[in-house]
Design a protein around this ligand. Structure first.
Ligand code: SAM
Length: 314
């Protein structure tokens, strides 16, 4: 990743996000994401591409057994660590590329969350494979993204139509016009940091089926899909709020590790592996390391990622 792009807007984003998220996180995305995440008490949680770390810190406050945040931007991680130092919750923050988290052994986490980040990650295939490796048996990956069908950056716009009738103007009718849906690749995303200053980061546009393929190829099965609707605060305060009541701009996905049912010799090995892992847990040794999980071999990098971009601001 070009972390300097995110470094440049790290402080500006932190100011908007605070400890509760900005308007779109607070009143559109997070309520649904957190409902899908469910209770985190006792879980080992990774917040992938964590930004200022507000979610990782929330998970720690809510009783997660372990909460870790990683992000590729050095400035962003410095901000997350400063927040943690000011009000310690036991959260570890690492600066790491999401496709290379070799500091964590296989099966380290019960839950990996990536909030509004996968579309900003160049090597999404490598990242999702890494997520699958890091999830323990029964683990889940929950992420939110800009909606691949309705939020295609500058290639998608709102059209608000009102007809002139005898009785006056009709109620507004909202359309979402989308072009270039299948145009995958890197796109610049503008962030209007002030009246006169716009900065850009790179997003990667992917189709809905492209995301589904990434998960399937990594051995993750989609178990839930949600399209968040705005809460009253967003309807009131965001120009786009009332439009999103009709057409969603975000998608929340839950996926679970889905190793195909093993057969023959591999079934025996898988069973033995599971037994060895639970015996190791029972005897208090470190969990998960070196488990013979299919598809969780050490690092495999550099697979081609396809692209989709999305505005993730407010
Ligand atoms: C839109 S922000 C979302 C941050 C946070 N999850 C949130 O909801 O506020 C996208 C984040 O992805 C991070 N990012 C982009 N590419 C990355 C990569 N390859 N590895 C790790 N982090 C990455 C950026 O540094 C940025 O903090």
């Amino acid at each position: 990743m070009d972390d300097t792009e995110w470094d440049r807007i790290a402080a500006w984003r932190d100011e908007r996000m605070g400890e509760d998220g900005d308007l779109w996180h607070r009143a559109i995305i997070d309520p649904v994401l957190l409902e899908v995440v469910g209770p985190v008490r006792g879980l080992r949680v990774l917040d992938l591409a964590c930004g200022n770390g507000y979610l990782a810190r929330r998970f720690a406050r809510e009783g997660a057994a372990r909460s870790v945040g990683v992000d590729g931007s050095a400035k962003t991680i410095a901000i997350a660590r400063a927040r943690e130092a000011a009000d310690p919750r036991g959260v570890r923050f690492d600066r790491s590329d999401s496709s290379d988290l070799r500091q964590f052994p296989d099966g380290t986490f019960d839950l990996v969350v990536a909030n509004m980040a996968l579309m900003d990650i160049a090597d999404a295939a490598g990242t999702v494979r890494e997520v699958a490796r890091l999830l323990d048996d029964g683990g889940r990956f929950v992420f939110s993204i800009g909606h691949p069908c309705f939020d295609t950056d500058r290639d998608s716009v709102w059209v608000v139509e009102r007809e002139l009738r005898d009785t006056g103007l009709s109620e507004a009718r909202v359309w979402r016009k989308v072009s270039g849906y299948r145009e995958e690749g890197a796109k610049p995303i503008p962030w209007h940091v002030s009246e006169s200053v716009t900065m850009t980061t790179t997003s990667y546009r992917r189709t809905l089926s492209g995301y589904a393929r990434l998960l399937r190829d990594a051995g993750l099965a989609i178990t839930r899909l949600e399209e968040p609707a705005p809460r009253p605060e967003a309807i009131e305060k965001s120009v786009q709020g009332p439009f999103m009541v009709e057409i969603p701009l975000h998608l929340v996905v839950e996926a679970a590790r889905s190793a195909p049912p093993p057969s023959g010799l591999s079934a025996v090995r898988a069973r033995e592996g599971r037994r060895a892992r639970s015996a190791s847990r029972r005897s208090g040794r470190s969990r998960g390391r070196g488990s013979p999980r299919s598809g969780s071999a050490r690092r495999r990098r550099g697979s081609g990622s396809v692209g989709r971009g999305s505005t993730s601001g407010s």
